[in-house]
Ligand binder design. Sequence first.
Ligand code: TXA
Ligand code: MG
Length: 303
Amino acid sequence: VKLLRASNESVKLAAEIIRSGGLVVVPTETVYGLAANALDKLAVAKIFSAKGRPAEHPLISHVFGLSQVPSVVGRWPETAQSLAEAFWPGPLSLVLPKAEQMPMVTTGGRATAAVRMPSQEILRNIIEAAGVPIAAPSANPFTGISPTRVEHLDQAIIEAADLVIDGGQCRIGIESTVVDLSEGEPRLLRPGSITAAQLEEILGRKLNWGDRTRAPGSFAKHYSPKATVRLIEQMGDRPGLVYSKPALANQLSMPQNASEYAFALYGALHQMDNLGLSDFWIEKPPSGPEWDAVLDRLLRAAS
Ligand code: TXA
Ligand code: MG
């Protein structure tokens, strides 16, 4: 009974488990998350130990509606309101000074907290039924590849969870865009499917990169397959992900469109990794703003 398809019953059970301090693997529109009550220190500590995640890596809290925001963050400037109106529910996380009640375990010891309102219906129903903000990092072991289907889940994560909800393949496939609004000027901490240009249009100003050391988990080695991965301009007959030509044996052909590429990426990395090769290669897709998020994940997979 550990793996359940989404239904009214399984949503209710997931909410009960969250409320009583347990862990549930949940689908989101970006990647699967390992979820717990964000306000429950002991429950959140279980997330860190299940993932082998360093204690100073802060988690994102997921809310059902704007009414839950004050339980996560203590300040809500106009920039936050405009970005929320434009992109929520959706794959955008906002970093702001934390609410008093938000435990330091959840924020990785920081005075700030990340909040996002997901669009995935199953998760929205779970958060609403639980009645608490839900902290959820990607449901992979630390530095591993994020799961976008339940088939990608690592055995250790399944064992640590009290329940896994199968919501099929995640619609977007890479993690949310993270924007820091905790100081004067908004800063981009992690690129995602919501692009810098889209954010700039709402903010009415240029969005600069933040100091990415301030968003631990956005440092180099991350989203890494077990094999050694290298980015390359010309694929030839090397095994791996090809972009510009038909695939040979041991090669997977990737989409030409950036959001379709993002949707397929982690599944392709999981698939290559399952071949058990010691090395594989990724043919570099084009550069350009719409490829920023994909390129970010590729560079880290290859570092
Ligand atoms: O799409 C997503 O965001 C997925 C799904 C499950 O919602 N979650 C996710 O969580 O990717 P995680 O833990 O793998 O990545 C969270 C990112 C990290 O880069 C972390 O450093 C940043 O958000 N973050 C969270 N709180 C922060 C804070 N207070 N200050 C700076 N960065 C923060
Ligand atoms: Mg992650």
